[in-house]
Design a binder for this molecule. Structure first.
Ligand code: MNH
Length: 461
């Protein structure tokens, strides 16, 4: 007999009616939940004013929720909030919205591995601009430079548009800084309001609504200018994401995407594509700077100073393993929601059909039961020693699951590998101040700003 959800373990100090308010961390919600998972077990509950969140943090149970026949993706939490920003963009569209399928079919070729060959030069131009900057100013604000680099990559590779954050300024988009500020505030709101205590949240919501609408307008106007200038330029190439969306028809229906949906998509790619990849890059640079010996080993055995080709990136196994270990320990999207399609059982508890659960990748990817006693340690060779797949029992799902999993996966992997390989082949890094990696949360899990010092490798030999 399986137990009801009300019997799930919960944090200590529960208060009648209010619930688990004492155990709420608005600033670092998922890190707090990962700690709770260590104490409460592989599945537990948190309750606020009668709203129960079921958190799955054990690898075995998390793997069960990946089965598409029994579970699907749920559009709740920060995702639901972000609909205000990105409407029916891929990320926030409902699965049954015909625009989701249409956009996914139109865009899939633009995110395939072979498309990376086309984007390679645009991505490499960003790596070069970054390296040129570091060569003249060696004390690097990693947060700022990774924000710039990842936005430049999606802008140049995806929309053939310079963002003006790195490299030449001529012909670059205007208002990028303002766009970034506004986008940042909207992401903070989406992340924090989901963890708000009701009532307090309602008041905060009311006070913030005007500011937020203004921020959303700034974001949408910025994107509309990019699209308009492409339409006016009369450039009808469809070799980038924007071209695909403006020029090609859905193979199933023959329809093109309506222009308002193209705006939703461009905004989605700018938002979903930069925060996450920047977080990944920052975690990687932190570890490379904190452990220069393993950085040197990769630089010496795998990289040479010549510019990287597309094939070179695909073949850099150690870099990929390094990136995967970063994604395991600090998944930029720390978890995702799944909903039971039919009645399910999870760890001895009954999950009724339609019930949503939060799969906490941050916890499951560190589960010592499958990852071993050193699960919390950074050890990139885990990913070179064996092939880790969904079937290998070790939960590793930084890209989500099923048909709604990350469409930008190859894009982000190529980008991160190329940027890291280029920077690592040209520089040695050290942390400006030694210290632990501290993560903050705003819909994504991303390091607090830190600095590294970059010294050219050549001059040392
Ligand atoms: Mn991405 C969905 C993680 C980079 C565009 N992404 C997802 C999901 C995860 C994710 C997890 C599924 C969320 C859920 O089930 O609720 N994404 C990442 C990570 C990186 C990343 C860890 C980088 C590292 N993503 C990118 C990039 C782009 C992108 C780069 C685009 C340029 N992601 C998306 C889109 C979706 C998505 C679009 C939604 C896909 C869909 O629902 O059809």
């Amino acid at each position: 007999m399986s137990k009801p959800l009300s019997a799930l373990p919960h944090p200590p100090g529960r208060i009648p009616i209010l619930g688990d308010v004492r155990s709420a961390d608005r600033r670092r919600p998922t890190q707090h939940e990962a700690e709770l998972a260590l104490r409460l077990g592989p599945v537990f509950q948190r309750e606020l004013l009668g709203n129960r969140l079921v958190v799955v943090g054990g690898a075995d149970l998390a793997n069960q929720t990946l089965d598409e026949r029994s579970w699907g993706r749920a559009l709740v939490g920060p995702l639901a909030q972000l609909r205000e920003l990105a409407g029916a963009g891929l990320f926030t569209a409902r699965s049954k919205d015909p625009l989701w399928g249409q956009a996914r079919r139109i865009l899939t070729p633009g995110f395939s591995q072979s498309a990376m060959r086309i984007y390679h030069d645009a991505m490499a131009s960003v790596a070069d601009d970054l390296a040129a900057k570091w060569a003249t100013s060696p004390v690097v604000d990693v947060h700022q430079d990774m924000t710039s680099a990842t936005l430049e990559v999606i802008g140049r590779a995806g929309f053939s548009c310079r963002m003006g954050l790195l490299g030449r300024q001529d012909g670059a988009a205007e208002g990028t800084e303002q766009f970034l500020d506004s986008l940042g505030r909207v992401l903070v709101w989406a992340s924090e309001s989901t963890n708000d205590v009701p009532i307090v949240g309602t008041v905060r919501e009311f006070l913030g609504a005007r500011r937020r609408n203004a921020d959303i307008a700034v974001c949408r106007n910025f994107v509309q200018r990019i699209i308009e200038s492409r339409l006016q330029s009369g450039d009808h190439g469809n070799t980038d994401l924007l071209g695909l969306m403006l020029e090609t028809e859905d193979p199933d229906t023959g329809d093109r995407l309506p222009l308002h949906n193209v705006t939703d998509q461009v905004l989605t790619f700018l938002a979903a594509g930069h925060e996450t990849t920047a977080a990944l890059m920052e975690v990687a640079l932190y570890h490379l700077a904190a452990e220069p010996i393993s950085a040197d080993r990769i630089a010496e055995t795998e990289l040479d100073p010549a510019p990287l080709t597309y094939e070179g990136v695909v073949k850099s196994r150690q870099i990929r393993a390094y990136v995967n270990e970063c994604l395991r320990l600090w998944p930029p999207a720390p978890g995702f929601f799944r909903v039971a399609r039919t009645d399910q059982e999870l760890g001895g508890y009954h999950i009724p059909s339609g019930r949503g659960v939060f799969v906490l990748a941050l916890a499951a990817q560190r589960d010592t039961a499958v990852w071993g006693p050193d699960a919390h340690r950074f050890r990139a060779d885990r990913f070179t020693a064996e092939r880790i797949t969904a079937g290998s029992g070790k939960f590793f799902s930084p890209w989500g699951a099923g048909p709604r999993s990350c469409i930008g996966r190859q894009f982000a992997m190529h980008e991160a590998s190329l940027l890291l390989a280029t920077l690592l082949s040209r520089f040695r890094f050290r942390l400006e101040k030694s210290g632990e990696l501290v993560m903050r949360e705003r819909a994504t899990l991303r390091p607090e700003p830190f600095r590294i010092v970059a010294t050219p490798r050549k001059s040392e030999r």
